[in-house]
Design a binder for this molecule. Structure first.
Ligand SMILES: NC(=O)c1ccc[n+]([C@@H]2O[C@H](COP(=O)([O-])OP(=O)(O)OC[C@H]3O[C@@H](n4cnc5c(N)ncnc54)[C@H](O)[C@@H]3O)[C@@H](O)[C@H]2O)c1
Length: 254
């Protein structure tokens, strides 16, 4: 029995990478998926993949930092399918720069996409998630929330805020039966992450070697954890930050 049968999910940044894998995994478990991405072509490609596997999805070419865009997209999804059960906040703009060089518009954009958007999807969840059945919000944080990472101050600060927001939302939304958790992926060599790291193969090999389980993460590893958090098996789990990182975050080195 598919674990998310009859449910409706909205995934941001679902045109590629981890968000796309989440959208595909939710659909393969029976959910109808709203695929939101600023890139129309990739959003539609994700929908195409889902439909190829006999699933149902709709593409929303929106900028998730814009409250109106988010609320309108989720309104449309719910108008067509009648409910909202799962929101996965995954969209990001990555930049690695030393503080001395970071520009105001870069910081503003990163915060708007990586952090502010979660407020807008949370408002959409409050409007549309059933008061009896409740629902699930899954945020996407990073080990960078807790570790010191050079040239990554804006990203680390945003992910620290995402972890913090996950906990606060979980408390605020508990009485609405909306569970709020975060996945915390280790290194996953997606196109976006690789580009941020200048496609530096040596860096990825060094990270692999530091990872106790001896490999890097895959988008499917993260999507599987998101499906678990969305499922009834996780019905008493809220405010959790679930590391899917092969053990690398807590590895102190030898
Ligand atoms: N890849 C990793 O190693 C890694 C590790 C830890 C955490 N994460 C987190 O996982 C998530 C996804 O990472 P990824 O590597 O798949 O990234 P990615 O860059 O491959 O994908 C991000 C997606 O977000 C979309 N997007 C960007 N701005 C948008 C906007 N304004 N509105 C709508 N969509 C927008 C992009 O078009 C893209 O499809 C992020 O939250 C990231 O911080 C990734």
């Amino acid at each position: 029995m598919p674990r998310l049968k009859g449910q409706v999910a909205f995934v941001t940044g679902a045109g590629r990478g981890i968000g796309q894998a989440m959208a595909l995994a939710f659909a393969s478990e029976g959910a109808i998926v709203g695929v939101a991405d600023i890139d129309k072509t990739t959003a539609e490609a994700t929908v195409g993949e889902i439909e190829k596997n006999a699933g149902t999805a709709r593409a929303f070419s929106i900028d998730v930092s814009r409250r109106e865009d988010v609320l309108r997209a989720v309104d449309q999804l719910v108008a067509e399918f009648g409910r909202l059960d799962i929101v996965a906040n995954n969209a990001i703009v990555f930049r690695r720069e030393p503080v001395s060089e970071i520009r105001e518009d870069t910081v503003d954009r990163m915060i708007a996409v990586g952090l502010k958007s979660i407020f807008w999807t949370a408002q959409a969840a409050l409007i549309h998630m059933d008061t009896e059945r409740g629902g699930v919000i899954i945020n996407n944080t990073s080990p960078a929330a807790e570790l010191g990472v050079p040239r990554s101050t804006a990203y680390s600060a945003i992910k620290g805020a995402v972890s913090s927001l996950t906990r606060s939302l979980a408390i605020e939304f508990g009485s609405r039966r909306i569970r709020v958790n975060a996945v915390c992926p280790g290194t996953v060599p997606t196109p976006g992450a690789r580009a941020m790291n200048n496609n530096d193969d040596a860096l990825y090999e060094a990270r692999r070697q530091r990872t106790p389980l001896g490999r890097l993460g895959t988008t499917e590893d993260i999507a599987a954890a998101a499906v678990f958090l969305a499922s009834a098996e996780a019905s008493f789990i809220t405010a959790a930050i679930l590391r899917i990182d092969g053990g690398v975050t807590v590895f102190g080195g030898a």
